[in-house]
Write a protein of this length. Structure first.
Length: 332
């Protein structure tokens, strides 16, 4: 029979799930260029947003860090009114889902694709056909832009649209860093840029769509003044051609110190304790060898000693020396 009270571990898990605090998402920074008096501008922005702002001055640019999305939108509105040159980034909640539909005919109207998706409870914000960059001709690929939510995330599970078998996958990221179509700067989009426009073809101070450069005129880069368009991947000012520098090599490791650190710590000798005979059992004693009566007689009786075989051998050798000495002739 299950216990009526939940275990403490289970109760702690339920408490953590019910009282979990959502993670606060910070607004992206806003960079304003050509600043003359950053303190005055920061005070004006704090008066507009009615919040305390922090900023960092980098050369002639002021990087502002709004704390909330409301302050972010207020600062952007102030920049548009004052016609300041600035750029920023997309809010996390404004990021979209971009999916590519493969397998639809080129003459398929994008509105019908949006209606087919709506029947599957997927709301498309924008649908348009993709074109080849080299030829400008349409391709059998449709780009769909959607808001981020669980229902729209199911678009990648669709395998059939309008009686056509399709394959839907996420839009592949562009090779290299993002580049602004307005100012030709990197790492931001033209949607969030109010900088002075620069043409990607002739480096003129106008938008690219307003360029009147002749087809035979060589292009000019607004970043390095080279004879190539500003979006040329081999441009020396493109960050892709400046890989990050390797980090400083770590200092050389002393092997002796590593050995000493890995060596087991020494055990300090314990103080000797006074021992008594009670701490150890008595040692076994060996019995003393008993002297035989023959050994006693050998050591005391001289006749017995003379009868010993070694004594007889010694006597024979001595007698031989005596005989030799007697037989040696002497000089007269």
């Amino acid at each position: 029979m299950p216990s009526p009270h939940p275990s403490p571990r289970r109760a702690q898990r339920s408490a953590n799930t019910t009282h979990s605090i959502p993670r606060r998402q910070m607004a992206p920074p806003i960079i304003i260029d050509n600043i003359k008096n950053g303190t005055t501008l920061l005070k004006s922005l704090q008066a507009v947003t009615k919040t305390k702002l922090t900023a960092k001055l980098t050369r002639t640019s002021l990087r502002i860090y709004p704390q909330t999305a409301h302050a972010y939108h207020k600062i952007r509105h102030y920049i548009d009114e004052q016609k300041l040159q600035a750029h920023t980034y997309m809010l996390p909640e404004e990021k979209k889902i971009k999916a590519v539909i493969r397998g639809m005919p080129i003459d398929m109207p994008p509105t019908e694709i949006a209606e087919e998706l709506l029947e599957k409870n997927i709301t498309a914000e924008e649908v348009h056909i993709m074109t080849n960059k080299m030829t400008g001709l349409p391709m059998p690929l449709f780009l769909v832009t959607l808001n981020k939510n669980p229902d729209n995330q199911k678009i990648f599970n669709i395998t059939q649209l309008g009686y056509m078998e399709v394959k839907i996958e996420a839009l592949r990221k562009k090779y290299g860093p993002a580049q602004c179509f307005r100012c030709q700067g990197f790492y931001h989009s033209s949607k969030y840029c109010t900088r002075e426009p620069k043409c990607v073809k002739c480096a003129g101070i106008h938008l690219t769509r307003e360029c009147t450069k002749a087809a035979g005129t060589p292009p000019k880069c607004c970043l390095c003044d080279g004879e190539h368009p500003a979006n040329y991947l081999a441009c020396p000012r493109n960050p892709i051609n400046h890989p990050p520098k390797p980090k400083d090599a770590p200092p050389p490791v002393n092997r002796w110190r590593l050995r000493a650190a890995a060596r087991a710590p020494r055990v300090e000798p314990q103080q000797a304790q006074e021992l008594s005979t009670e701490d150890f059992p008595p040692l076994p004693t060996q019995p003393k060898p008993k002297k035989t009566p023959q050994e006693d007689t050998i050591a005391t009786d001289p006749f017995t000693i003379l009868k010993h075989p070694k004594c007889r051998e010694l006597y024979k050798e001595m007698m031989e020396f005596v005989n030799i000495a007697q037989n040696i002739p002497t000089k007269a």
